[in-house]
Every structure is written in structure tokens, then in C-alpha cells.
Design a protein around this ligand. Structure first.
Ligand code: A2P
Length: 330
């Protein structure tokens, strides 16, 4: 299969290439695509060096699947042109996520909604993927009424320039600034741009994408997204209110039985999810599972996942695997 990675020089693009190799994706040709600045650069793929090409050249080569991770503008401008050639586009940006005609997919939850005609498929926001993965089975059994989410998001969610800023600040070098303020030894209640309602785009992604993936517009959701000086792995403190009362043991069993979720909750041994232990893994880790004693039918959870893997590259490659198995040469 001919696969294009658009944004191949970026953090997520590189992780996608790593995962394609790791998961033995059946590739006959890999196209590494980035901006004109990077054309001609070499990217390592197995024992080859693949030369970076531009978008026009990649469209002309009509790949079977293009995995996009080069920002919303690039996706808006080019995804449809790939799709016109019959290329399946798996898009990591926010460009198509809330488009009514596009599916927003976390494979463990809703890949089976995809049809052969879905040529542009949206990959959700990193913090949304780990959230819905943990909540989907709980919602099916107990009906979620309301969610209060606080995130603790690592700098890798903002690309290479954010890692550069953190490293520069730590090393006392001339700071290449990605964020509005220092991130080293700091927390910024500011992920992505602010919107007119006072929330950030990241917070509104959590609200809107969660409703779309769980097919539950009725859930009331509020979120605060915070950038923390962690290099890999997003954490989330989530307060869940259910319509119905729940059995805590049953709820833990549901979580443990969810594909892609690992429960880490052993207080006697100080076992709970942390970004440092989630890093490099594909699962979403859930712990600190406890009743919220201040309200009936409420629960507190702590959810952690590697934002570059399940939050971005792993989820995108899983979608590509589904597409290749169900729609290509079928
Ligand atoms: P480039 O390296 O040529 O700028 P990150 O978010 O980690 O910084 O990565 C962003 C990725 O998106 C990079 O691969 C970057 O390529 C790519 N990219 C950014 N803007 C464009 C564009 N206009 N056309 C194609 N690729 C782009």
C-alpha cells in the first residue's frame, strides 16, 4: 500500500512513521510530505532514507491513504484534493472534526460507523481520545449526565517549538517562545487560542468532540485545559455525574474490560497513572477511581495517556488499519 504522511517532519508525523513500522503496516511505498522548507530532507524509514516531497508531488502520486498532521490550514487546503483521487485521508487536525459529513473516530468506540465512502476521516483531539476511551463503556451502562474536566497537558501537544521553549528555559538559553509565558516551572491555563465565550479552543474541543463521539449531545460538559511542563503524556481529572446510581466495583470492571484501557489503582502501593509511566505506551490509564461523596451518582477519575501515541499517532494508524482492512482492495 502506498502511504503518505503529511507533516512527516513534525512530532506527530515522526511518531506515525515509527508506529507504521512498529505495527507492521503493509507499506510498499512511503511518501514523506512536509512544507516546501523541508523538501529534499531525508527521513529514516526502516533501512531506507526517504526524501521529503511537497504536497503537489504527493497528490500526483495518488497514495492509498494519507495521514495528515500538518495543521488545520494544510488539511483544509489539501485533504479534499487527495480524496478526489480516491485517497483515504486520516486527518489529525481540527479542520474536519465537527463537520457534519465527516466521522470523528476512536476505533475502539466507533470505527464500525465508517463506510467505504468516508474518504476524509477525522482523528479527535488528543485530550478527547483518552477521555472518551475511558468513558464510553461507563456511559453505555450508567448514562453520563455531566462532566467536569481539568486537564494537565504536556508540551509535546504543541509541537516541536514547544519542546524547544521548555528546553531553552531549562538551559537558560535564548528562549524561542511558543507560549505566551514561561512554561518551565509554571502552569498555563491556556491551551490553544481563547474563544469569544472565555473558553479556549482546546476546552471547546473537549466539549464538542466528546458529545459527537459518544453520540450524546445531551451530556453537559465543562472543561479547563492547563499546559504543564511535562514532556510527554496528558493527564485529566474528571468528575462524572451519572443519571443512575452505580456499583463502584462494576464500574471498575467495566473500565478494566475496555479495550485500550488499563486500570492502575492500588493506593496501598501508590499505584496510579502518571505521564512518566504512560509514556511510550498505547493504552489509556485510569486510576484514583472513587465516589464523589459531595453529590449522589458522581465519580472522580484520573486519566492519563501518551498524547503522541493514543492521543494522535496510534489512533490515526488504527484508523488507517481499519480502512486498509475493510475498504482498500475490497
Ligand atoms: P515543516 O517541518 O516543513 O515545517 P510540529 O507541529 O511538530 O511542529 O509539526 C508540524 C508539521 O507540519 C511539520 O512536518 C511541518 O513541516 C508540517 N507543516 C507545517 N506547515 C505546513 C504546510 N504549509 N505545508 C506542509 N506541511 C506543513
Amino acid at each position: 500500500m502506498k502511504i503518505a504522511v503529511v507533516g512527516a517532519t513534525g512530532l506527530v508525523g515522526r511518531k506515525i512513521i515509527e508506529l507504521l513500522i512498529e505495527r507492521n503496516f503493509p507499506i510498499t511505498k512511503l511518501l514523506c510530505v512536509a512544507s516546501e522548507r523541508s523538501v529534499g530532507k531525508k527521513i529514516k524509514f526502516k533501512n531506507q532514507e526517504v526524501e521529503v516531497i511537497g504536497l503537489e508531488a504527493a497528490i500526483a502520486k495518488k497514495p492509498d491513504i494519507a495521514l495528515f498532521s500538518a495543521g488545520g490550514e494544510t488539511s483544509l487546503k489539501f485533504a479534499e484534493r487527495f480524496a478526489k483521487n480516491g485517497t483515504y485521508v486520516v486527518d489529525n487536525s481540527s479542520a474536519w472534526r465537527m463537520d457534519k459529513g465527516k466521522k470523528l473516530v476512536v476505533p475502539e468506540i466507533n470505527a464500525s460507523d465508517l463506510t467505504k465512502e468516508d474518504l476524509i476521516i477525522a482523528n479527535p483531539n488528543c485530550s478527547t481520545i483518552q477521555l472518551v476511551l475511558a468513558l464510553s463503556a461507563l456511559h453505555k451502562t450508567y448514562n453520563i449526565k455531566r462532566l467536569v474536566i481539568s486537564t494537565y497537558q504536556s508540551v509535546t501537544g504543541s509541537g516541536i517549538s514547544a519542546i524547544n521553549q521548555l528546553n531553552d528555559e531549562e538551559n537558560g538559553a535564548d528562549v524561542r517562545k511558543k507560549y505566551a509565558h514561561q512554561i518551565y516551572r509554571n502552569c498555563l491555563p491556556h491551551c490553544d487560542d481563547f474563544t469569544e465565550n472565555g473558553y479556549t479552543k482546546e476546552e471547546m474541543k473537549l466539549v464538542n468532540e466528546t458529545k459527537k463521539i459518544l453520540n450524546a449531545p445531551e451530556i453537559e460538559i465543562t472543561a479547563t485545559a492547563v499546559r504543564v511542563p511535562v514532556v510527554g503524556g496528558h493527564s485529566e481529572s474528571v468528575n462524572v455525574e451519572f443519571e443512575n446510581d452505580f456499583e463502584l466495583d462494576n464500574l471498575v470492571e467495566l473500565l478494566a474490560a475496555t479495550p485500550g484501557v488499563t486500570v492502575q489503582d492500588d493506593l496501598n502501593n501508590n499505584l496510579y497513572p502518571m505521564p512518566i509511566t504512560a509514556r511510550g505506551k498505547d493504552d489509556t490509564f485510569v486510576g484514583r477511581i472513587r465516589r464523589d461523596f459531595s453529590r449522589p451518582n458522581c465519580l472522580n477519575l484520573w486519566i492519563v495517556s501518551d498524547n503522541l501515541r493514543k492521543g494522535a499517532a496510534t489512533n490515526a494508524v488504527q484508523i488507517a488499519e481499519y480502512v486498509s482492512q475493510h475498504f482498500i482492495n475490497n
